[in-house]
Design a protein around this ligand. Sequence first.
Ligand code: MTE
Ligand code: HPA
Ligand code: MOS
Length: 773
Amino acid sequence: MADAESLIGAALAHDSARKHVTGEALYIDDLPEPPGLLHAVLVLSSEAHAAITAIDLTAARALLGRDGIAVTASDIPGRNDVGPMSGPEPILAAGLVEYIGQPIVAIAAPTLKAARAAAKLVRISYERREAVLDIETALAREMFVSPPHRMQRGDAAAALARAPLRLAGELTIGGQDHFYLEGQVAMAVPQESGEMLVWSSTQHPTEIQKMVARVLGLPYAAVTAQVRRMGGGFGGKETQPAIFACVAAVLARLSARPVKLRLDRDDDMMITGKRHDFHIRWEVGYDGSGRLLALEMRLAARAGHVADLSPAIVDRAMFHALNCYFVPDVAVAGYACKTHTQSNTAFRGFGGPQGMLAAEDMIDAVARALGTDAIEIRRLNYLAPGRDTTHYHQPVEDFILPEITDQLLAAAEYAARRRTIAAFNAASTNVKRGLGFAPVMFGISFTTTMFNQAGALVHVYTDGSVQLNHGGTEMGQGLFQKIAQIVAASFAIDVAAVRLQATDTSKVPNTSATAASSGTDLNGAAAEDACRQIKTRLAEFGARLHGGAAGAVVFRDGRVTGDRWSFTFAELVAQAYRARVQLSAAGFYATPKIHYDRATASGRPFFYFAYGAALCEAEIDVATGESRMLRADLLHDVGRSINPAIDLGQIEGGFMQGLGWLTCEELVFDRDGRLRTHAPSTYKIPTARDLPADFRVRILESAGNREPTIHRSKAVGEPPLMLANAAWLAIKDAIAAARGGGAVRLDAPATPEAILRAVTHHPENVVSQKPRP
Ligand code: MTE
Ligand code: HPA
Ligand code: MOS
């Protein structure tokens, strides 16, 4: 069956599922190596903040001889700047280093071994300067990578002063390494007339095209960037691949040879930025029933040495700092702090998870102060559609969390399990259990409105087979499979007739990053636009040749049928070719309705919201601080699913990645600013053993997105990560049981050490019940 009814919503396997496990899937390091290829390595800074006083390449160059090349910032032909929002963000340090791990020298040689041997001979002299490594110091010195920003409604200070009850708290939230299985890699191949072809493991080929052009001093049109797939991106390949692609391109230009730069894991972790760690303070005013009246929140993120995407990430944290709750008077302040560390970057959720966790921390504290079930406080303060606006003044139109909450709690038998757990805890001293519930409301669209556009290029060949090009990139999330289903459904042909092409800036230009979870919304709609154009031409041609009205022509089950005529898709396509009808089309899509004025922090930045909720049950060992998830129930809204198998995978994977962030993944820096956890031996990502023992994941039954997205589906890539907030809240609940009730301060990640601290320390210092003024 090949029509929209059967293909949209079909749980088909990922197009590369088999290839991923057999090894047939080609990643950049698997591509055939062009003759004369040089392999590159980088020499990294050993200082967090220092002037470079000398770089001695004599010994390295002597070893390399004529076969290799060693370059520094001063050899870059164009601009040494890959800053995506505000520059300059150097690819190789020029005179100044600003973090331990910053690339200074790039070396290429015929073998990796030779390149590494030469790298060891590079001598760099520094004049040390004072390094600022943490958020507090940067805040105190007002060191920011972008100006502080505010979002507000009403008068939060006055409303706080008036509120019958007040509570203040603070929270530190750790960062997270992307730990994509395929590390950063690029291969640059010089072409005729000084042009450059770059293969890059990137979520954003257009950014690679632009940045390579910039560092080489070329027009954009002289550079082509390509990627078939990434072995994971998770936001870590939205901007950061530019450094490696540009270094490879500079080496290729200067050596006139193809150059590949593939980082090993330690270098990857030392060089690249991660999820932003945050320090958050909040003060909330409420009444005796638990209704929130006023909120002041300060979100401060460690941006690292340059801006990268940090301003937009802090914005998204601020957008999500109230999650799904209504507070009449609010002031949210955001700070992107400059520190002498890696430049932190996009990571699944893009700041949203950190903001949302602060909201949940605040609600949890209010509930504990009142001695009320936190779920009741949540329900009481849920936004009301038609009545409320968000704190950035977007009207709330659809809001389905009350139904999701009811469904999830019923399916998970919340009330009965509360009682069972209370009884368990009363009888157990060393092991305690807790329940955590977290709702998720995540805004879908790039908050930089112009990025919400996409293109596609669809070719139909004369045998009826189809090549599909679009601006999105595949990183494991199943984007290509979903768009193949959209295209096959549109033509009503078999999905096997649709061939997926590598993403290529020469096929579809001026693309946005595949990010903000909007890959299918944007590129799927653009691909369908291209199909629609071709179908219109075929229908008009068929009606002209065989009779009837073009408007009455239907595409169904591999056939095109008009008034008293019917052909297979391939037959009609062949006829159309002979009649000189164009069988290729470029499609385009721009998200409607959205607008945002950052100066006044108001507008409609999001086309719609994705919703979900989770209930987790945690167990902690009070003596060791170890924790595990006994059960997790997830209910998540994907609108009308294009492919429920892929969506389910995204929900499960997103939750597990969130669980890693909040429980076991910990980045440790030493006093000099050196990242000490730069390999899997010291940085622990969750494994199959960390899955909740009882893991129940469901997609919400839905009539579809109320906004007219492609097939009424909803974005799914990032939102489920935040379902893991429920796991953190469950651990907090178990800690409260261990403490015998009252306030709890738990910083993230909830490692065994953090849990032990939370069990024993006095939260009055940080969570304070304020007296009336
Ligand atoms: N899933 C896999 N398997 N690998 C990834 O790298 N990245 C996530 C999410 N899911 C990622 C993933 C992130 S950060 C985003 S923004 C979306 O996928 C991007 O793809 P989409 O817009 O097509 O959902
Ligand atoms: N999300 C993800 N990536 C982005 C965004 C966003 O809102 N804005 C710019 N890059
Ligand atoms: Mo995802 S953090 O928007 O790449």
